[in-house]
Design a protein around this ligand. Structure first.
Ligand code: AMP
Ligand code: ZN
Length: 496
C-alpha cells in the first residue's frame, strides 16, 4: 500500500496518514458559516480538502468525507471562550443585503444554497455527508448533558461551560491555551463571574431573545460553536476519525475545543491527524472588505473569469505556503487551463466524445512511457504533503508532450487521454475540457411557464403595486422549490 504523507499539526511532523480501516479514510473538515457568500480564501481551504480526497482515491482508498454547514447564528467573537459580540446571522440580516430575507433561517438557507453552487462550479467533489448544525440540535444537547454528567461541564446563569481544568490535555493541538488572551478578551465583553476558569468555553448559551433558539434542559438558547463538529464527526464517522481539516485560524480555539469535548465524552482519541491550511492573501494583504481586496467566488466569476482557472490559481501554491493571490495569477491560470483544453480537443477529434471516460491505461510505446513517468512524479508530489506546484508542473509537462506531436495517431490519442484522465482525477483542473462541460440544466417550468417568465410577471405586478399577484407568484414558486431574491439589479431565482 502506498503512503500518503501530510503535515500533522498535533505531532508537528509530516507523517503518513494512518487509516483505522485499511484503505478507508474517514475525513472531516469544517464547513462554512453561511451568513454571506464564501470568499476565495475559504475556497483555498475547501480545495485543499478536495485534493486530499482526490489523492487518496488515486491510490485506491475509499474516502468517507463529511463537511458540515454551520447554519446557527454564532457570535462575532465566538473565538473567545464566553462567545460574545453580535450574532453573525442577525448582523447580516440587519445589513443592506439582509433586506432580501424574511428572517435568519431564510438567510442561512439562501447562503447555504449559494455555497453549494460555488462548490460545484469550482469542481469540488460532493461530500459523502454535508450535515447542517440546525438539523443536529438534539444530538448537541445530548452531548452537553453527557459532559455535565461526566463532570466536564457545568451550568451557570448564562449557559453551560466546558471545564478546561477537567481535561488535562487541553492545549495539546495549538500548543497553548491562550489563556492570557482569553482573559483579556473576556474582560472587554460579557463576563460570567460564575465560570470556574476564564478559559472555560461555552457549550450552550442561554438566550431567549436570540433569533435562532432551541429549548434545552437549560431553557431557551443556542449551542456554542464547537460542539456541532464533535457531534457530527462522531455521528457520521465514529468516535475516532483519521483526518480532520480546516483553515489555520481553526486550530485554536475551535479544534482544541472539539478535541476536549470529544475525548472527554468518549474517553477515546478523537482524531489521528490534523491538517490546517495557511490563509490566502490577496494582492499582498490580508483580505478585507475595507481594503477592497476581498473577493467572493461569484465576484470573480461574474467578471467573466473561468471557474476552472480560479480553481487552478487557488491550488497552484502548496497549502502550507503563503499564497498571494493576484488577478494576474488568475489570468496566467487561464492560459494554462486552455492548454489542457486544447490537448483535450485534439484527443477528442480522434477518439470522439466521451474520450475522457473511455481512457484506458498507458501503453508501452514511447509516449505512453513518458506520460506514465510524468504522471507518477506528479502523484508522488501530491502524496508528499500535497505538493501542488510540482504536480501541476508535471501535468503541464505531460500536456505539452501531447501538444508537441503535430498529428496524433489513434494510439497517441489514447495515451494522451489516459494522461489527462489521471490528471483530472488527481487535480481536477481539466474539468472543463470541451466534452466534459457540465450540461446546463434546463430551466424548470411551472404550470407550463418558464420560471423566468413567472419572475418577470411578478416584477411587473410589483411595479404596478399589485402585491396580491406578486405574492401569489412568489408563493407558487416557493412551493415548487424556487427561491427568489430581490436585488438592486432585479429579481434572481435559484432552485432550493
Ligand atoms: P468560516 O465560514 O469563516 O467558518 O470559514 C470556512 C473555512 O475557511 C474555515 O476552514 C476557515 O479556516 C477557512 N478560511 C477563512 N478565511 C480563509 C483564508 N483567508 N484563507 C484560507 N482559509 C480561510
Ligand atoms: Zn468545525
Amino acid at each position: 500500500m502506498r503512503e500518503f504523507k501530510l503535515y500533522d499539526t498535533l505531532s508537528r511532523t509530516v507523517k503518513p496518514i494512518t487509516t483505522s480501516e485499511p484503505g478507508h479514510l474517514k475525513f472531516y473538515s469544517c464547513g462554512p458559516t453561511v451568513y454571506s457568500y464564501a470568499h476565495i480564501g475559504n475556497f483555498r481551504t475547501f480545495l485543499t480538502t478536495d485534493l486530499v480526497i482526490r489523492t487518496a482515491e488515486a491510490i485506491g482508498w475509499d474516502v468517507t468525507y463529511v463537511s458540515n454547514i454551520t447554519d446557527v447564528g454564532h457570535l462575532t467573537q465566538d473565538d473567545v471562550a464566553d462567545a460574545a459580540g453580535d450574532d453573525k446571522m442577525a448582523k447580516a440580516l440587519a445589513s443592506k443585503e439582509g433586506d432580501q430575507f424574511a428572517n435568519v433561517w431564510d438567510l442561512a438557507r439562501f447562503y447555504a444554497v449559494a455555497f453549494e453552487d460555488d462548490w460545484k462550479r469550482l469542481n469540488l467533489k460532493t461530500p459523502t455527508v454535508r450535515p447542517r448544525a440546525t438539523e443536529h440540535m438534539r444530538e448537541q444537547i445530548v452531548a452537553v448533558e453527557d459532559l455535565i454528567k461526566k463532570g466536564h461541564a457545568y451550568e451557570t446563569p448564562t449557559g453551560v461551560y466546558f471545564s478546561v481544568d477537567s481535561f488535562e490535555e487541553y492545549g495539546k493541538l495549538s500548543g497553548n491555551t491562550d489563556r492570557e488572551n482569553l482573559q483579556v478578551a473576556v474582560r472587554d465583553v460579557v463576563q460570567d463571574d460564575n465560570k470556574k476558569n476564564p478559559a472555560d468555553f461555552a457549550l450552550w448559551k442561554k438566550d431567549d431573545k436570540h433569533l435562532m433558539q432551541w429549548f434545552s434542559p437549560w431553557g431557551w438558547g443556542f449551542p456554542g460553536w464547537h460542539i456541532e463538529c464533535s457531534v457530527m464527526a462522531q455521528k457520521y464517522l465514529g468516535d475516532t476519525i483519521d483526518l480532520h481539516g480546516g483553515g489555520e485560524d481553526l486550530k485554536f480555539p475551535h479544534h482544541e475545543c472539539e478535541i476536549a469535548q470529544s475525548e472527554a465524552g468518549t474517553g477515546k482519541p478523537f482524531c489521528n491527524h490534523w491538517m490546517h491550511v495557511t490563509f490566502l492573501q490577496v494582492e499582498g494583504e490580508k483580505m478585507s472588505k475595507s481594503k477592497g481586496n476581498f473577493f467572493t467566488v461569484r465576484d470573480l466569476l461574474e467578471q467573466g473569469f473561468d471557474p476552472i482557472a480560479l480553481r487552478y490559481a487557488l491550488i497552484s501554491v502548496p497549502y502550507r505556503k503563503p499564497h498571494n493571490f493576484t488577478i494576474q495569477t488568475l489570468k496566467d491560470a487561464e492560459g494554462n487551463v486552455e492548454r489542457f483544453r486544447e490537448a483535450g480537443r485534439r484527443i477528442e477529434a480522434i477518439l470522439g466524445e466521451g474520450w475522457l471516460e473511455s481512457a484506458g491505461d498507458f501503453g508501452s510505446d514511447q509516449l505512453g512511457q513518458e506520460l506514465s513517468g510524468i504522471y507518477e512524479q506528479g502523484l508522488n508530489a501530491m502524496l508528499d504533503d500535497l505538493n501542488t506546484s510540482v504536480a501541476i508542473a508535471k501535468a503541464l509537462e505531460g500536456t505539452k508532450a501531447i501538444l508537441r506531436i503535430s498529428s496524433l495517431s489513434e494510439s497517441d490519442a489514447k495515451e494522451g487521454a489516459a494522461f489527462l484522465a489521471k490528471v483530472e482525477a488527481l487535480l481536477g483542473i481539466t474539468g472543463l475540457i470541451a466534452t466534459q462541460e457540465p450540461e446546463e440544466e434546463a430551466e424548470p417550468e411551472i404550470e407550463g411557464k418558464l420560471v423566468s417568465v413567472w419572475v418577470t410577471e411578478r416584477d411587473e405586478a410589483k411595479k404596478n403595486k399589485d402585491y396580491a399577484t406578486s405574492d401569489l407568484i412568489r408563493n407558487k414558486l416557493t412551493a415548487a422549490g424556487i427561491e427568489l431574491r430581490d436585488t438592486p439589479d432585479g429579481t434572481v431565482w435559484a432552485k432550493r
